[in-house]
Design a protein around this ligand. Structure first.
Ligand code: FAD
Length: 399
């Protein structure tokens, strides 16, 4: 009998080859160009992208077969995101397919599964994640958004009041999966519930938060007397913490960071090859160091994924990958902006939005700088670096 890891490795290699030929033969030229130049993608681009992935059976490849997935192993799942990112593809928007979808099939009611899962797979519904609040980010136990259950002859419902913050793509979202407090005075973690909120409900207001890359990613979401049918509660009241933790584990196990680092490193090498001869020696040393760190990340990540599959993990693998991967990516991006020289300084967000050439430098100069700005946030979202270090300290060092 073949060892399951060997089988998974073979399937992951097959998947990588299939992604390569999809990229060469199926991916539309305009999407390829936009993502190669790191230009701004709008909602239509992302929906088209997610549907293209779904047409290949990949958007929900990691879901169980009974819900339309392919029951990918963790290795296939990790390699999938890694390979797409190496090719410079847009990211796989995680909120539906990766975050709330698995929570619904693992803990949702049969009605929720039938209603939401097919529309998540096809991106007919666009989802956003309503976890963070002012005062509740790293420590979600500080949540204050309150949902009071009301029994009524027209159907039981919750009345939700509070504010979410940093909600990515809330401006495009049809649905928000949301952590709310359903009890007062209880131990914090026993009072949290997981609600699905229709963004068109009266009382939902989305306010943009401008970011320094000149793009609109994140928002405040205000919830004022929002009426949410009780049937939109996932699982049991007061058990939201369990579902939130399940989701956070999926959030942190991302192969994209390895692929993004690889892609950015390759581009950095290209920029260095065009740099003035006088600065090349210094660049070569810097690139050499980054490349060594990349190799360590790549080996450690795949070893970690395999140990998770074998059940021999120490529990901090996902944190290690997130921590090392995001920090390395930021350092590569800094080196790329330095290498651009004046073209890195003459950055024009308007040109990027208009898909126009940057004021100076190579075609992708504006996109490289935009990504550098945006990715300052990568060591904050999905669990800040300090939090990951705490997890590593506990899991690996036993502190
Ligand atoms: C671009 C972007 C997109 C985001 N998208 C979403 C989204 O779609 N949905 C969503 O719900 N949230 C989202 N977030 C929010 C993100 O998850 C939080 O910003 C993150 O969890 C940190 O929380 P905080 O901002 O409240 O900072 P805090 O938790 O207040 O942390 C502030 C600082 O203190 C440090 N710190 C906190 N606690 C500890 C500790 N115990 N030990 C050591 N250091 C500590 C942190 O590491 C950080 O440096 C997004 C954030 C950004 C920047």
């Amino acid at each position: 009998m073949t060892d399951p890891i060997t089988e998974a490795r073979q399937r992951a290699e097959g998947l990588k080859a299939a992604i390569r030929s999809f990229y060469d033969g199926v991916m539309p030229v305009d999407l390829k160009r936009k993502s190669r130049l790191h230009q701004v993608l709008d909602k239509d681009d992302y929906v088209r992208w997610m549907r293209l992935l779904n047409d290949q059976g990949w958007a929900v490849g990691h879901w169980p077969k009974e819900y339309g997935g392919q029951a990918w192993s963790l290795l296939e799942r990790f390699s999938f995101e890694d390979q797409l990112a190496r090719l410079g593809c847009p990211w796989v928007i995680p909120f539906g397919v990766k975050y709330v979808g698995p929570v619904i099939y693992a803990f949702g009611s049969p009605e929720q599964k039938a209603r939401f899962l097919p529309r998540i797979a096809t991106t007919d519904d666009f989802w956003a994640q309503g976890y963070s609040e002012p005062g509740a980010g790293s420590d979600l136990a500080g949540l204050r958004t309150e949902a009071i259950r009301v029994e009524s002859s027209e159907g039981d419902h919750y009345v939700v009041n509070g504010q979410k913050v940093w909600t990515t793509y809330a401006q495009w979202a049809d649905w928000l999966f949301c952590l709310v407090k359903t009890a007062r005075g209880e131990q914090a973690q026993k009072s949290i519930s997981f609600l699905l909120i229709d963004m068109r409900s009266p009382g939902v207001t989305v306010k943009p938060i401008p970011t320094m890359d000149g793009y609109h990613h994140v928002n405040e979401v205000w919830l004022e007397n929002v009426r949410v049918p009780a049937e939109n509660l996932v699982g049991a009241e007061g058990e939201g913490w369990t579902y939130a933790k399940y989701l956070l584990k999926n959030e942190r196990t991302a192969g994209a960071i390895v692929g993004m680092a690889w892609h950015a490193l390759e581009r950095l090498k290209g920029l260095a090859a065009e740099a003035a001869p006088a600065s090349r020696d210094r660049l070569e040393t810097r690139i050499g160091e980054l490349e060594l760190r990349f190799m360590a990340l790549e080996v450690a990540s795949y070893q970690a994924v395999e140990s998770m599959m074998r059940g021999t993990e120490h529990g901090a693998e996902a944190s290690l990958i997130k921590l090392r991967g995001t920090e390395l990516y930021q350092h590569i991006a800094e080196a790329a902006v330095d290498t651009l020289g004046l073209a890195g300084v003459a950055w024009d967000a308007a040109a990027l939005h208009a898909a126009a050439p940057p004021p100076l430098g190579p075609e992708d100069a504006g996109g490289i700088v935009k990504d550098h700005f945006y990715n300052r946030a990568a060591t904050i979202f999905g669990g800040a670096s300090e939090i990951q270090r705490n997890i590593v300290a506990k899991g690996v060092l036993g502190l």
